[in-house]
Design a protein around this ligand. Sequence first.
Ligand SMILES: Nc1ncnc2c1ncn2[C@@H]1O[C@H](COP(=O)(O)OP(=O)(O)OP(=O)(O)O)[C@@H](O)[C@H]1O
Ligand SMILES: [Mg+2]
Length: 462
Amino acid sequence: MAAPVPISEVKGNTRENRTAAHSHIKGLGLDGQGRALTSHQGFVGQAAAREACGLVVELVQRKKMSGRAVLLAGGPGTGKTALALAVSQQLGTKVPFCPIVGSEIYSAEVKKTEALMENFRRAIGLRVKETKEVYEGEVTELTPEEAENPLGGYGRTISHLLINLKSAKGTKKLRLDPSIYEAIQKERVRLGDVIYIEANTGAVKRVGRSDAYATEFDLEAEEYVPIPKGDVHKKKEIVQDVTLHDLDVANARPQGGQDIMSMMGQLMKPKKTEITEKLRLEINKVVNKYIDQGVADLVPGVLFIDEVHMLDLESFTFLNRALESPLSPLVILASNRGLTHIRGGSNLPASAHGIPSDLLARLLIIPTHPYNPAEIGKIIQLRCQTEGLSVATPAMERVSQLGEKVSLRYALQLLSPASILARVNGRPSGQIDLDDVKECEGLFLDARRSAQHLGETNGYIS
Ligand SMILES: Nc1ncnc2c1ncn2[C@@H]1O[C@H](COP(=O)(O)OP(=O)(O)OP(=O)(O)O)[C@@H](O)[C@H]1O
Ligand SMILES: [Mg+2]
């Protein structure tokens, strides 16, 4: 039998060491006036495009951008995906941001227009304010009361739950239905937690741990909250952020109550469900009613479609129409193609970026440009810092040259293998040396050399 692994050695699955290609990007790097700083928040150069994206962010925040579309157009490795990510970071977590890649919509399960529609609705948020009658306080007692099982048998069941809630103004003892006990267990409520229970629905929400316990030794990252003000039994304004897609999913299989809270409760079960156009229209009606009543605010977010030339003619037509609907997010497209045939339209003349001209006419186009050698050097340095690599100066110069002569992508991609070679070659403290970079160049071809190689060897099977 294998020796058991000591628990102390089991680490949580933190992602600390995983570096994604854009992890150095923390925002658009603009100053207070919306001007791009030369190198800030991980962004280097590309000033005009960054400033344009800054304007877009501002318009989204002022809710003036919905129903429009922006295209980031430029060669490969000029930072289009990085810009879109930075836009999402600038928008913050409250504004929905839904990133997809053009080819994602082709799946056997769902129609492509359906997949697009779903993502449109993921990008539109709704902030719902509800005033609810609640019992809120710190839990000072939590006792399930048992009883004989009324149906006979040997088991005992819970007949009631006694709970004592304490607020700044007083305490209240509640005798609750056993169904609420389940909700309390699901939220993992313990003594000393601050919770609220909705009077109408019995939904339980754990707010955090009472700050009276803030000094206790605790392994988990806890959120400490003060004891609630006012009485235990009161009216409370509850704000929730949901997307239209959340509402679609929740209502495709209705269960429980009709309020937002119980809709939310069902989101935990991710399963493909049939969402019909009729259902969406119904939801839109309800949403519009909420908005008219001032209960909810629409938060149009951003749908980002990378590699947009992968969409076909049908999808583009759908996109045109969807942009005109009153509930539409800002759509950001990105493409590195020049004049290309539109997918599914090979009988049509080639079109700019592989996008039909009627859609092109609606787009605000933000161009991205290739980087100069200094900028390339700076970006590579930033990546080295993020990946925790140390690079000798001559090696750095070589990688920067590659970035300029071959491509920024190629240069960035060589860094990780070169760092492994540096370790294999026994460099002091793993510093990447010029020879490691050269060895890597020999091991990994770039696109041009690969094509050349094929030419020289008459290719493989054709
Ligand atoms: N101005 C910049 N500052 C810092 N890093 C950058 C900048 N531009 C690009 N990068 C980094 O360079 C790499 C390539 O950029 P990115 O993936 O955004 O290019 P792209 O324009 O989307 O290319 P493609 O057309 O091939 O998709 C990424 O790791 C990105 O984070
Ligand atoms: Mg990209």
